[in-house]
Design a protein around this ligand. Structure first.
Ligand SMILES: Nc1ncnc2c1ncn2[C@@H]1O[C@H](COP(=O)(O)OP(=O)(O)O)[C@@H](O)[C@H]1O
Ligand SMILES: [Mg+2]
Length: 312
């Protein structure tokens, strides 16, 4: 879907991105991660030509991105950023409808799409569509920003630290929503973050950047278990890599199916990292596991945390 071939971007004689090679497959959730100044935002903005690259080739759906008009690229790629950039004198509805308006969708279709997106992001359409950005909390503004990026059902969703300014609870719930939207829509997503836990929670593939270069790319599990060098190991936190690996597994996949146990159950979707916390805080070695409908599916054994799941 998106290909970088030997791409460089130079600002004032200094490369912000150097000889970047990247292959982003259709439907994949790619996370660009790295410390501040490593070139993440520059890489993202070169995809929709907010920044023009200096060397190499960037292909979108097989064609060099210079063969597209910037407006066309921006219509086909949603873009959401931390500082949101909602238009302050426009209502929520007008903000979300920015691209559909450009595309001259009929009024009724725009209205329906806005309602659909507000519902998707758990905002009550009747209450929120007429409000102005200053009448929303930070988390609600961020949701509207994401809704706007999704408005015309773009082929690619580009997000630059979209949850950066949020408190941990709001952040976790928006992360869960993005994961759900990605699963539902099957859209290609490229997300920039410096938050390792966010990357591990969302990514099919992580691209670790440092000083404008790719240090390593691969699945979260690959980077954690087979770090290319000491930088990668240190970046992911040498001492708690085991804990981070637990964050990749789900209780449901590790539970012993068919076993039953009374007591307060945990959800199948809970990560093994959270389950570890439950084991320790409840001082137990066994936890009953239920599915989304609350039906028992099995029992998670403490000792099974160190075994690979059947489904993985
Ligand atoms: N418009 C610009 N003009 C000059 N230098 C820039 C510009 N944008 C980014 N840079 C520089 O490029 C490097 C990478 O920046 P950026 O891509 O924003 O990093 P990140 O998003 O990983 O924090 C930094 O050294 C930054 O100072
Ligand atoms: Mg940045």
């Amino acid at each position: 879907m998106i290909q970088f071939q030997h791409v460089s971007k130079i600002f004032h004689g200094k490369p912000a991105v150097e000889n970047l090679n990247l292959n982003i497959a259709e439907g994949e959730f790619t996370v660009l991660i790295g410390t501040s100044g490593s070139g993440k935002s520059t890489t993202l903005k070169m995809i929709n030509r907010l920044i023009e690259h200096d060397q190499g080739k960037i292909l979108f759906a097989g064609d060099e991105i210079h063969s597209f008009k910037p407006q066309e690229l921006r219509r086909r790629m949603g873009y959401a950023i931390q500082s949101i950039g909602l238009f302050p004198h426009w209502t929520v509805e007008q903000n979300i409808a920015t691209v559909p308006q450009l595309l001259k969708w009929p009024k009724a279709k725009i209205r329906d799409r806005v309602s659909e997106l507000l519902a998707l992001l758990h905002l009550d359409a009747d209450r929120f569509r007429g409000r102005y950005p200053h009448q929303l909390s930070g988390g609600q503004q961020q949701r509207v920003g994401v809704a706007r990026a999704l408005a015309a059902d773009p082929e690619v969703l580009l997000m630059d630290e979209p949850f950066g300014a949020l408190d941990p609870v709001t952040r976790a719930s928006l992360q869960a929503e993005i994961a759900r939207i990605h699963q539902l829509s099957g859209r290609t997503v490229v997300l920039v973050t410096h938050d390792i836990d966010e990357a591990l929670a969302l990514a099919d593939r992580i691209v670790l950047l440092d000083q404008g270069q790719v240090i390593q790319q691969g699945s979260p599990r690959h980077l954690l278990t087979r770090p290319a060098n000491a930088f990668v190991r240190d970046f992911f936190g040498r001492s708690d890599i085991g804990i981070k690996l637990l964050a990749l597994g789900a209780a449901g996949a590790h539970a012993r199916k068919g076993e039953r146990l009374p007591g307060k159950p945990i959800a199948a979707a809970m990560t093994l990292r959270e389950a570890l916390s439950e084991f320790v805080s409840r001082q137990t070695e066994l936890l009953p596991v239920v599915d989304e409908q609350g039906r028992p599916i099995g029992v998670l054994h403490f000792r099974d945390l160190v075994k690979p799941a059947v489904e993985e």
